[in-house]
Design a protein around this ligand. Structure first.
Ligand code: ARG
Length: 607
């Protein structure tokens, strides 16, 4: 028997919905009620709901539970067929203001047709209250992204992590989660020994006079050269590491100096791309690594291996082990990541632990999860979410490099984006139409927008080819096309000389009506926004959101081709304004703007 407490509460009145709602989830509830009424004896019967294909004959959503339930009943020796089951479910389906009608089809499909009044209500809510997130349980989420290494170049891999991580954080924040954005900078480790030793030689009075290191990479190369060639220097470098790790103030200040130089460089990139992140590098975990090593020792999880202490992620000793303590007593990347998990679970009370790095670190995170679970730090089924992404390739499909074979400096890359985007605007003669301020705003929005969008619109797991030519195309699923589409939509009301106030008055008077087929299709596409957001918040694949954004703009084009928003006489004078359609334009623009906002892409009103 279904206990009443298990019975989900269904929406019975459209007007009770003021914010946002995920239609798929609500329909799942409706049909789980139907199924448990139809088959009260089945324990956890499957409730399968999907969006229907493009053929409107099959409705908007489908419930495909009948086949699986018929199968289940057969194993319980109850003779039936899917069609009968579907009929039975149909008979028990409670009424819902979301649903216009349900129909039985084929061997046992249930086609669900959405109620127009409900979709109109959803869109009117957007116009009245703004684009609101669907309600979800608030979680504490730590997201580890960007994470370049001090004194080394921030490369395109870090750029990908930065762009993807920022966007995931924005999406989760939109859903009102409590998000902590962490920059796990590589700011600790043996390389600092040689850097400090070199600093002491080159700038003896570094403590009183801030050394003018403008090119930290060159500085790094110099010290590395000495380290490799000069035994004496090498020895000193090692003793510097010991001094640093034991907290000698002189060495700490030298280390801080070096970190600061790198940080300033990284910040330039973050400022340009509008990235928000808190620095909390490997060094933060020094004392916590002491603690965790002791804990692992006490639990008997470490074993000796040629002078090092290692840990296996499983008792079968399969795969590769973590190196927890090196033979010289130092810690590793592995040790610091064990500490990140403990810190985030125990101190930050994180419900979700997200790490954004390239696919090359796949094994590292598998082993990390195994070790942390074995050590009892990760428990109750809590997992690591490793957001992996592929390599950035050049147009020759080889690793992304400059013509002369050096790694590409990110600032240079961004500058080139700016230049190319301005060229593109000039090519279209936009410099003659826009004010200098508008032109500059469009230039930056396009440059950074296209770099971000190219990264986000592909399935992140795949490698992707970095091509300004492709990014800056103004057709297809590109940032340029979509940004342009948005400006066009926003200009419709402007050109009709309808002010925002007038439009809002009309919203309160009549509201959106979806009479024409193309309006109805666009309306239903917009309705899917909460569903898309929720899906991405779970699987963290942002290309779904990009594809959705593109779909909206295609649906809009179809609507705009078929439906007049403003009618003019041959002389061009406005003879009739269709306010309901202008409202639909406005709702479209608002949802598109929200999508761009989540993707971290700046929009402009003119371009
Ligand atoms: N600094 C590392 C790298 O450049 C990435 C760190 C990612 N975060 C982490 N907690 N392991 O590859």
């Amino acid at each position: 028997q279904v206990k009443s407490t298990e019975c989900p509460t269904l929406i019975t009145d459209i007007n009770s919905i003021e914010g946002s709602i995920c239609v798929l989830d609500e329909l799942k509830k409706v049909f789980s009620v139907a199924v448990s009424l139809a088959y009260p004896d089945l324990i956890e019967p499957p409730v399968v709901l999907t969006q229907s294909g493009n053929n409107i004959k099959f409705g908007d959503y489908q419930c495909n539970s009948a086949m699986a339930i018929a199968q289940l009943l057969k194993t319980n020796n109850i003779k039936t067929n899917p069609r009968q089951v579907a009929e039975n479910i149909l008979k028990n389906t409670p009424t819902s203001p979301l649903i216009e009608k349900v129909e039985l089809a084929g061997i046992g499909f249930i086609n669900i047709f959405l109620n127009k009044r409900f979709v109109e209500h959803f869109l009117n809510c957007i116009l009245k209250f703004g684009v609101k997130p669907p309600p979800v349980k608030r979680e504490r989420i730590v997201i580890d992204f960007s994470a370049p290494n001090i004194a080394k170049e921030m490369h395109v891999g870090h750029l990908r992590s930065t762009i993807i991580g920022e966007s995931i954080a924005r999406l989760l924040e939109f859903l009102n989660h409590d998000v902590l954005r962490i920059n796990h900078l590589g700011d600790w480790g043996t390389q600092f020994g040689m850097l400090i030793a070199h600093l002491q030689d080159k700038y003896p009075n570094y403590k009183t006079h801030s050394p003018p290191i403008s090119d930290l990479q060159a500085f790094y190369k110099e010290s590395k050269k000495r380290f490799d060639e000069d035994e004496e220097f090498k020895k000193r470098a090692y003793s510097c590491v010991v001094q640093l790790q034991s907290g000698n103030p002189d060495y700490i200040s030298a280390w801080k100096l070096i970190c600061e130089v790198s940080r300033c460089e990284f910040q330039k990139i973050y400022d340009r791309l509008n990235i928000t992140i808190i620095d909390r590098g490997e060094s933060f975990y020094q004392s916590r690594m002491d603690i965790i090593v002791k804990e692992l020792k006490d639990k008997g999880l470490l074993e000796e291996d040629e002078g090092r202490l290692i840990m296996w992620s499983n008792t079968e000793r399969e795969g590769i082990p973590f190196t927890i303590v090196k033979s010289d007593g130092g810690y590793t990347y592995d040790t610091s990541d064990m500490a990140t998990i403990k810190q985030r679970v125990e101190e930050e009370k994180a419900d979700r632990l997200i790490y954004v790095t390239d696919a090359g670190q796949y094994t590292h995170f598998v082993v990390l999860e195994g070790c942390a679970t074995r050590a009892g730090i990760l428990k109750d089924g809590k997992k690591i979410e490793h957001v992996v992404f592929g390599v950035v390739l050049g147009e020759d499909k080889k690793k992304f490099k400059t013509r002369s074979g050096e790694t590409i400096k990110l600032i240079k890359l961004l500058d080139e984006g700016l230049k190319r985007s301005l060229d593109k605007l000039k090519e279209k003669g936009r410099d003659l139409v826009l004010t200098p301020e508008e032109l500059e705003a469009a230039q930056t929005a396009i440059a950074y927008g296209c770099i971000k969008y190219a990264d986000l619109c592909h399935n992140r797991v795949n490698d992707y080819i970095f091509s300004f030519d492709k990014m800056l195309e103004d057709k297809g699923n590109t940032a340029v096309y979509l940004l342009y589409a948005l400006t066009r939509i926003q200009s419709i009301a402007r050109n009709a000389q309808v002010s925002h106030e007038t439009l809002m008055e009309e919203v309160n008077k009549s509201g959106i009506k979806l009479n024409h087929e193309a309006e109805w299709k666009l309306g239903k596409t917009l309705l899917r926004f909460p569903e898309v957001i929720l899906k991405v918040s779970k699987d963290l694949f942002l290309h779904t959101l990009c594809e959705y954004l593109y779909e909206i703009s295609c649906m809009f084009t179809e609507f705009y081709d078929k439906c007049y928003c403003v009618e003019r006489d041959p002389a061009g004078n406005i003879v009739k304004v269709n306010y309901e359609r202008l409202m639909l334009c406005e709702a479209t623009a608002r949802i598109m703007t929200k999508c761009f906002d989540i993707l971290g892409i700046q929009t402009v009103s003119k371009m």
